[in-house]
Design a protein around this ligand. Structure first.
Ligand SMILES: *Cc1c(COP(=O)(O)O)cnc(C)c1O
Length: 398
C-alpha cells in the first residue's frame, strides 16, 4: 500500500461524508456569457438571479472593447509582480480611479479581494494591537486576521452593545481596528457604519469596511456604505472587489489613508509575492469607473429593480429579510424545502440558489435572490410569477 492509497481512502471517506450530509457542491455549467438571461447545461435558457453581476456589466460591450484594445496595445500578461516589472501606467490609473470613486487618498490593487483581505492586517498590526471583527465577516477577513498576531475580539453581527463591550476590553491594546463587511451576503443587511463610527471615536479605534457586496450597489451613486451613511472619506480602510458589481472579472483593492496604502505596498505579502493583474483587466476597470461616474443610470435601475422585486414578493406573501442592498433573502426555514424550491424554480426558467446550514444558521434556510441592473421589468415579473406559482405548489404561500 503506497502512501497515497491510505490518503486516498481517507479522502474518499471525507467526500462520501460530505455527500451523505447533503453538502456536496455540484457546479452548474453555463455555456453563455454571464448575463440576465444565460444558457445552462445543454442549452436551456434561464433567467439568472444568483450572480453578483449587480450593475449588469459582466458582458458590457464598452468594457469588452476596452479590454480588447488593451490586449492589442499592452499585451496579454505582465509576467511579474508589481515592484519588479509588473506596473504599467494602466495599473496606476486604475488605482487613481478607485480612490477617486471612494473619496479616499490612495489605493492598491490585488489579484482578488481575498488577497486584499489576506494581506491587510499583518503588515499594519502587531501583537500589541487589537482587531474587533463582526461575527459574520467574509472568510477572507477571517483568514487575514489569522495571519496577523493582533489580539482578536469578535462581536455579534451588527450588535453595537456587543461591539462596545469588546472595545472596552480592547483598551488594553495599543491600536484598535473594527472590521466589518459593508453588506452581509446572506441577509443583505448593511453594517451600521454611523454607530460604528461613534463607538470607534469613543474608544479610539479605526474602521475597516469590506465593500465587496456594497460597492456599486449601496448609496445613491453606488459608492458603498460610506456614501449611505454620509461618511465618504471618514473610513480609514476600505477593501473591495472588481469581481462583483464592477464588471465581475477579477481583481481586488484596498483603499484609504495614504500611509496605510504605502505600508501595504512595502509589506503586504499577496501584493509583493503575487502577479499583477493583466493590462486588459486594468483598462476595462478604468473604463468601468468612467462609465459609472458619467451616468447614474445603472445604479438607479438597480435600486428601482430591487425595490420593485421586494415589494412584489412581499405582496405575494413571502417572508423577506429586511434588505438594504441588492440581496433579497426569501426565508423558508427548511433545508429540504429550499432545495426543492430552487429545483422547481429552475424548471420554470429561474436560476437561484437555496442556502441552508452550515452556510446560514440552523432553521434559517432560504433562497437568496440577487437583483441586477441587467434585469428588465419582464425578467422581474417572470421571476415573481415563478416564485408565486412554485410557492403555492409547495405550500410556502397561500
Ligand atoms: C466576494 C467577496 C470577497 C472576495 O472577493 P474576490 O475578489 O472574489 O476574491 C471578499 N470579501 C467579501 C465580503 C466578498 O463578498
Amino acid at each position: 500500500m503506497s502512501t497515497y492509497t491510505k490518503f486516498q481512502d481517507f479522502l474518499k471517506q471525507e467526500l462520501s461524508d460530505i455527500q451523505s450530509a447533503g453538502l456536496y457542491k455540484n457546479e452548474r455549467i453555463i455555456v453563455s456569457p454571464q448575463s440576465a438571461a444565460i444558457r445552462v447545461g445543454k442549452g436551456q435558457e434561464v433567467l439568472n438571479f444568483c450572480a453578483n453581476n449587480y450593475l449588469g456589466l459582466s458582458d458590457n460591450k464598452e468594457l469588452i472593447e476596452a479590454a480588447k484594445e488593451a490586449l492589442d496595445s499592452r499585451g496579454y500578461g505582465m509576467s511579474s509582480v508589481r515592484f519588479i516589472c509588473g506596473t504599467q501606467d494602466l495599473h496606476k490609473e486604475l488605482e487613481a480611479s478607485i480612490s477617486k470613486f471612494f473619496g479616499t487618498e490612495d489605493a492598491i490593487l490585488y489579484a482578488a479581494c481575498f488577497d486584499a483581505n489576506g494581506g491587510v492586517f499583518e503588515p499594519l498590526l502587531s501583537d500589541q494591537d487589537a482587531i474587533i471583527s463582526d461575527s459574520l465577516n467574509h472568510a477572507s477577513i477571517i483568514d487575514g486576521v489569522r495571519l496577523c498576531k493582533a489580539v482578536r475580539y469578535r462581536y455579534a453581527n451588527a450588535d453595537m452593545a456587543d461591539l462596545e463591550k469588546q472595545l472596552q476590553q480592547a483598551q488594553a491594546q495599543r491600536f484598535r481596528v473594527i472590521v466589518t463587511d459593508g453588506v452581509f451576503s446572506m441577509d443583505g443587511n448593511v453594517a451600521p457604519l454611523d454607530k460604528i463610527r461613534e463607538l470607534a471615536d469613543k474608544y479610539d479605534a479605526m474602521i475597516m469596511v469590506d465593500e465587496s457586496h456594497s460597492a456599486g450597489v449601496v448609496g445613491h451613486t453606488g459608492r458603498g456604505t460610506s456614501e449611505l451613511y454620509n461618511m465618504i472619506g471618514k473610513i480609514e480602510i476600505i477593501t473591495g472587489t472588481l469581481g462583483k458589481a464592477f464588471g465581475g472579472a477579477i481583481g481586488g483593492f484596498t483603499t484609504g489613508k495614504k500611509e496605510i496604502i504605502d505600508i501595504l505596498r512595502q509589506r503586504s505579502r499577496p501584493y509583493l509575492f503575487s502577479n499583477s493583474i493583466p493590462p486588459m483587466i486594468a483598462a476595462a476597470g478604468i473604463k468601468m469607473f468612467e462609465m459609472i461616474d458619467r451616468s447614474n443610470e445603472l445604479q438607479d435601475k438597480l435600486h428601482d429593480n430591487t425595490a420593485y422585486f421586494v415589494e412584489k414578493l412581499k405582496a405575494a406573501g413571502f417572508d423577506i429579510k429586511p434588505t438594504q442592498s441588492a440581496i433579497c433573502a426569501v426565508m423558508l426555514y427548511d433545508a429540504k424545502l429550499s432545495q426543492d424550491m430552487a429545483t422547481k424554480l429552475q424548471e420554470e426558467g429561474i436560476y437561484v440558489t437555496g442556502f441552508y446550514y452550515p452556510v446560514v444558521p440552523k432553521d434559517q434556510a432560504r433562497i437568496r435572490v440577487q437583483i441586477s441592473a441587467a434585469h428588465e421589468k419582464e425578467h422581474l415579473d417572470k421571476c415573481i410569477a415563478a416564485f408565486t406559482k412554485v410557492g403555492k405548489a409547495l405550500g410556502v404561500i397561500k
